[in-house]
Ligand binder design. Structure first.
Ligand code: SF4
Length: 475
């Protein structure tokens, strides 16, 4: 799939999602529920308030990112000591090719996969399928999306949030399910299908929540038990991680894991916290006999050297999505990226370029709610503002922008012109009015009035109103 999830224009994509009433209602319901549970578990945090925990976790993540080269090397050395193999991939193609070639070389017929954003980012599934490998997503939501013809994820933690139980029943029905749209029955069907896949798979592929430098362990946080099966049943296993997933110590992991579970699902901890420490001992009944770690750069080194470096601290908890008023209205697919919400607004243009994603930084009201909740202490709204500044700098050189801004500059710097403009504007917008509101905008106004009305311009200018008020006029 890669980072971009479809080829529609940004506007068409947005329009489609704004007209999807089910999806919009699901977003509101999910945000409200997760936020209620989150507030509840955060209020139970001992030894200080959330801001203090946020600071500690932010410091742990920032320290790892500041010293990334040191900790990546330490981590890689420890993976090798634990019997594993490490491959540093400079881009998506190299990372995906390494895993695909490994599968071909080892004669792998079937892969079981746990949910992983970075494997989506590098387009691994389709490369494996093209190589003739049978790929099975085993996270329930990802399994549903795979059966639904690789429907893209719309949320980092709950990827199938945009589908309701009836839609899921219909997807399963095409794959042998004959029951009703009862969640327990649907889950039981998926469990029965997947159990056999785990037992017959030749390779397990999973992501990494945190990589612990001091031991070489891969940490995986999950609720469904599918990750534990991916890390125990197949003898050949591959962990794929973004190069920023590093933490220096278990002590740092303790803090970050505590906040990740609370922020991601509103629970004190998830059902499973798994540490994969390389290959298993000789004669062990389960676990990896061969273990590979693929460490993916794919643009992260560039981010590391930029003013956006802080975004690499992200632990993919999705708290910023769950609080964002824009995400609430438009849903995950509107971002046209596997990374949605405020995190997606910051990260996507950095990894995939402005060309396809220059509208993203404007999907933000700069309310700052994301910054307030972020357990990695990332000042998300400042980074989004920085994107806007960079784009404005670029646009300064475009002919349209230059003419518009020069025109605006001339009007605003000449009081008589400004007075004339604000005086005639109500008259000029009169033909666009209906029921006392501007409803039929033209040119750049149209984008606004297509979706909502614009208040009528007041006939009395603010300055005139203020002057008359000071003289005891209309208050
Ligand atoms: S940016 Fe912060 S709040 Fe958003 S997903 Fe990352 S860690 Fe969570």
């Amino acid at each position: 799939m890669g980072i971009k999830i479809n080829d529609k224009s940004f506007k068409k994509n947005l329009e489609k999602n704004l007209n999807d009433d089910f999806m919009r209602a699901a977003m509101v319901k999910a945000q409200d529920l997760i936020n209620k549970n989150r507030a509840n578990v955060l209020s139970q945090l001992g030894d200080g308030n959330y801001q203090e925990w946020q600071k500690l976790s932010g410091e742990a993540r920032a320290h790892a990112i500041e010293n990334l080269d040191f900790y990546l090397n330490q981590f890689a050395e420890n993976v090798v000591k634990n019997g594993g193999t490490v491959f540093f991939a400079k881009d998506a193609k190299e990372a995906s090719q390494y895993v695909t070639n490994l599968a071909i070389e080892k004669g792998v017929k079937k892969v079981v996969k746990a949910k992983s954003m970075v494997t989506e980012e590098i387009g691994l599934n389709h490369d494996l399928i093209d190589a003739g490998v049978d790929v099975k997503e085993t996270d329930l939501a990802e399994y549903i999306l795979q059966l639904d013809d690789w429907n893209p994820p719309s949320h980092m933690v709950v990827p199938s949030l945009h589908l309701n139980k009836t839609q899921i029943r219909d997807v399963f029905a095409k794959n042998g399910y004959s029951g009703k749209d009862i969640p327990e029955d649907l889950a039981a069907f998926a469990r029965a299908q997947l159990r056999n896949e785990f037992l017959t798979a030749d390779m397990g592929i999973y992501g990494c929540n945190f990589a612990i430098a001091e031991s070489g362990a891969i940490t995986l946080i999950s609720n469904e038990g599918n990750i534990d099966l991916c890390t125990s049943a197949p003898e050949l296993q591959v962990a794929v991680m973004g190069m920023e997933r590093i933490l220096a110590t278990y002590e740092d992991a303790d803090i970050c894991i505590s906040l990740l579970a609370r922020n991601a699902v509103g629970a004190k901890s998830t059902s499973y916290t798994t540490f994969v420490n390389g290959i298993t001992e000789e004669g062990a009944a389960d676990g990896a006999k061969e273990f590979h770690v693929v460490i993916v750069d794919n643009g992260r080194s560039k981010v590391l050297k930029s003013q956006f470096k802080e975004v690499l601290q992200c632990m993919r908890c999705a708290a910023c999505l769950n609080i964002c008023p824009i995400y609430r209205q438009v849903g995950g697919h509107s971002y046209n990226s596997i990374y949605s919400g405020p995190l997606g607004v910051v990260l996507t243009p950095l990894l995939a370029g402005y060309e396809d994603f220059e509208e993203l930084p404007y999907m933000c009201s700069l309310c700052g709610a994301c910054t307030e909740v972020c357990p990695s202490n990332i000042k998300l709204h400042s980074l989004i503002h920085e994107h806007k500044r960079v784009l404005a700098e670029d646009k300064k050189n475009s002919a349209f922008w230059g003419v518009s801004m020069t025109g605006a500059g001339k009007v605003f710097s000449r009081p008589w012109m400004y007075k004339l403009g604000t005086g005639i504007a109500p008259l000029m917008t009169k033909p666009l009015m209906e029921d006392g509101k501007i409803k039929k905008g033209i040119s750049i106004l149209k984008g606004w009035t297509d979706k909502r009305d614009m208040p009528a311009l007041e006939k009395t200018r603010f300055r005139d109103w203020y002057a008359s008020r000071s003289k005891g006029g209309n208050k």
